[in-house]
Structures are given as C-alpha cells and as structure tokens.
Design a protein around this ligand. Structure first.
Ligand code: AMP
Ligand code: GLY
Length: 426
C-alpha cells in the first residue's frame, strides 16, 4: 500500500507511526510532514491547505489510501476531491466536516436533534449580540467565533466589559478573520472535561479510549489557551455509566442527525464533552483526531489502525475489531517559550529514541542549512509513555522530558495531576 497523510504535526506523527505497524504499507508520504516525521515517512513540501497540490501528487504517486488529518483541508473538501479522482480517504467530506467548520451549524444541529449542549444564541450583528448580553446579564459567559480559529476562537468573559470587547474584536476588528463575522454566545458550563475520539463509518460508532487535554499554557490551568500542552488516557471522569449515557444521548444521536441532514460523517469524530451536574454535554465537535489526544490514544490502540480506518471508509466498522489496551498513557508537550503568542524557532532539537512503550512525536521542526533538526513551531515535541496505570505513565513521561534537548523549551509540570487526584477520590 502507498499511503498519504495530510498534515505535519504531532498528531500526524502519531498516526504515521501507528500506520507503519501494518506490513502491507510500502511507503507513507507526509504532506508536508516535518523534520521529525521525516524519520518515519517521506515528507513532501506541499501544504495541508493546498488541495490542488495534494490531489495532483496523489494521482502522480498512485496513492492507495489517504488520511486527511487536519481540520482545514477537511473543511476545504480534500476528501471530496481525492474521492473524485478515485482515491479512498480517511476523513469526512466537506459537507460533514462542517460539524467543526461552523459552530453555528453544530449548535443548531444539537438543538434540532435534542443533543445536550450549552444553551445559546447566534448573532450576525455586534449590537444585537451586546443587547443579548445585557438582557441575560449573567457572567461568566462564553463567546465563540463561528468558524475555524486554530482552537483560539473561544473567549470566556468574566464580566460585561470583557464580553463586549470579545464581541467587538471578533465581529468588527476581525481578530479571527471571517471566522468571527458570526458568533455564538452560550451558557457557561462547569464540570470536568473529557475528550472522546470515535471511529465511525456513518452507521456504527466505536469510541476510542477517553482522554483529558490540558489546554492552558501554564501549570494549574493558568495562562492562555493553547492547542493543548499535554494529555492523559484514559480519563477517570469517563466512567462506564458516563460512557453508556454518552453513547445513548450524544454519540448515536449525532451520527443519526448527520445522516438525517444528508451529511453522513465518516472518519474520526471528536466529542469535546463536559460532565455537568445534569449529565454529559457537548462543548464542541471536531471532525478529526485531536492533537495532542491522538498522542495518548493511538499508542493504546491494539488493533491495526489502517484496517480500522479502511473500515470507516468501506462501511464495515461493525464487523471490525477496535481494541485498546487496559493500560494508561501520558503525553507532555515541550513548546517554544512564548507559545501560544510570539516565540522563536530554529533552536537545535533532539528527542529521545522510541521504545516499545515510549514515543516522541515531533510537532514543529525543520532542517537547518546543515541538515540538523531545529525547532520550527509553537508546540515542538510531545513525549508519551505507556504504562500499566496512570500514575506510572505520568512519572515515566516526566522522565522522558529532560531527554528532549531544546534550549528555549518549556512544558507544564502538572499533566495528569487532576486525573490522578480524581482517581484517588473514587
Ligand atoms: P472549544 O474550542 O469549543 O473546545 O473551547 C475551548 C475551551 O473553552 C473548552 O475546552 C472549555 O474549557 C471552554 N469552554 C467552551 N465552551 C464552554 C462553555 N459553554 N462553558 C464552559 N467552558 C467552555
Ligand atoms: N486538543 C484539542 C483539539 O485537537 O482540538
């Protein structure tokens, strides 16, 4: 099999390492990949949003199967275009990727089909949004840009001043570009958050092991929101009872709702959930694997990833085994100082070698003029350890961190702390 993976972050590195375990895989091209991924795949300098370039390359190389990992190309229709030239893909078509591409779409879908989520209103005009804020007058309140915004389009306003500023900067100053011309204002929910990635072929849903992201840049959930500074799996808040409730009230209803709308979803559907006093609710959907959730979920997957992916494409997921190990995993991200704001790149980078239960997933790296690997992004590398239980996995991951050589690197020291505390009280 000749495979193509679109994307170039830690998530794609984790996908590629897992795909390589399949013996029928002859070559994997990463578009564009990165200097770390280059150890495991053939990287080709075609950007993930260059759909014409991707399709042309895939045809030239006679690709047998393509995995489109990031949100942008999915929303732009990369799967549709690859399918048109006869290349089967893992991932939803554009008309289903909209579940992430438009928060207004996903909120309206949930309302129409009775899927639990925060109460909300949508706005196209700033003055109407502000009038609504004043009518409700309850804080904190949550303001979300409608479109894709690199995971940064959500502002939790603590008071009227912050809320009004958020509305102005999204709708008038266009801080997220066109993504913010429409906004959702929603109720602030509280409770632990759980990420559940699920394979689906549009009929059957097979959830993967649950995980917990750590979105803030600094220890104790301080600092700015990032793409994610670390993850653990499984998530102790995702008990068997919660899982059953999610399947019945969220996962299956979402798949059915998408079918009823003529937008069958195939691929990986990511449920960002909050376990509230009144049950699990959807915070967000993503139309793809999460990053860095994938870096703890895939190392625990026992089944062959390529086989499962193909089953989502062929509609045979019901008959395909999707098994996870009983162990636990922890991933700690090492990022460039300054991330998620301004940071410097180009520092020499070395990462620990993989073992059968320790993995380095390179997220942001390039080669310098001498061909040495140097940092090339905000999030630079994620180190993952797999162990029998969470406490061992967390300790082992933090033993890997000092083996990452990056002069301006920083990381959180408390990945897994909350999950471990939750386990103790159970
Ligand atoms: P999102 O990009 O939609 O996942 O939002 C980013 C983060 O903002 C989430 O992980 C939550 O921590 C928080 N958040 C989003 N929506 C809400 C909400 N309705 N209530 C409380 N927190 C929220
Ligand atoms: N880690 C959250 C995301 O992938 O959107």
């Amino acid at each position: 099999m000749k495979l193509l993976v679109v994307g170039g972050g830690g998530r794609e590195h984790a996908i590629i390492k897992k795909l390589k375990e399949n013996r029928t895989v002859e070559v994997i091209y990463a578009l564009p990949g990165n200097a770390g991924i280059a150890a495991d795949a053939t990287c080709v300098n075609i950007g993930a949003k260059d759909i014409d370039g991707i399709v042309k390359f895939a045809v030239e190389k006679k690709i047998d199967y393509a995995v489109v990992a990031p949100d942008d190309p999915l929303v732009l229709g990369a799967v549709d275009r690859l399918n048109e030239v006869g290349i089967p893909c893992f991932g939803p078509k554009a008309n289903a990727a909209i579940i992430e591409g438009s928060k207004i779409f996903s909120k309206n879908l949930m309302k129409k089909y009775g899927i639990p989520t925060a109460a909300y209103e949508t706005f196209e005009e700033a003055d109407k949004a502000i009038a609504y804020l004043d009518a409700v007058d309850r804080y904190p309140t949550v303001i979300k840009a409608d479109g894709l915004a690199l995971g940064k389009g959500v502002i939790i306003a603590q008071n009227r001043e912050e809320a009004v500023e958020a509305v102005h900067s999204m709708m008038e100053d266009k801080m997220f570009g066109a993504s913010g011309s429409r906004v959702v204002i929603e109720e602030f929910l509280t409770g632990p958050e759980v990420s559940v990635l699920a394979f689906t072929d549009g009929k059957t849903v097979k959830p993967m092991v649950s995980s917990m992201d750590h979105k803030r840049a600094l220890d104790n959930d301080e600092g700015l929101n990032t793409g994610g500074m670390g993850t653990v799996a499984p998530n102790p808040y995702y008990t068997e009872d919660v899982a059953a409730l999610c399947m019945e009230t969220i996962f299956l209803p979402t798949i059915h709702a998408m079918n009823a709308e003529g937008r069958t979803f195939k691929g990986c559907l990511y449920f960002g959930l909050m376990i509230t006093q009144s049950g699990p609710k959807v915070i967000e959907y993503n139309c793809r694997f999460g990053d860095p959730e994938t870096q703890v979920v895939l190392p625990l997957l026992k089944s062959d990833l390529l086989t499962v992916m193909q089953a989502t494409t062929n509609g045979t997921l019901a008959e395909t085994e999707v098994k996870f190990s009983d162990g636990a995993a922890c991933c700690v991200i090492v990022a460039s100082k300054g991330y998620p704001q301004k940071y410097e790149s180009g520092f020499p980078l070395a990462v620990p070698a993989d073992t059968d239960r320790e993995f380095s997933y390179v997220a942001g790296a390039k080669f310098d003029a001498q061909g040495q690997m140097v940092s090339g992004g905000g999030r630079v590398v994620g180190v993952t350890a797999v162990r029998e239980d969470l406490s061992q996995a967390v300790s082992a991951a933090y033993e890997l961190v000092p083996q990452v050589k990056l002069e301006n690197g920083f990381y959180r020291h408390d990945i897994g702390k909350r999950a471990l505390a939750a386990k103790k009280t159970r």
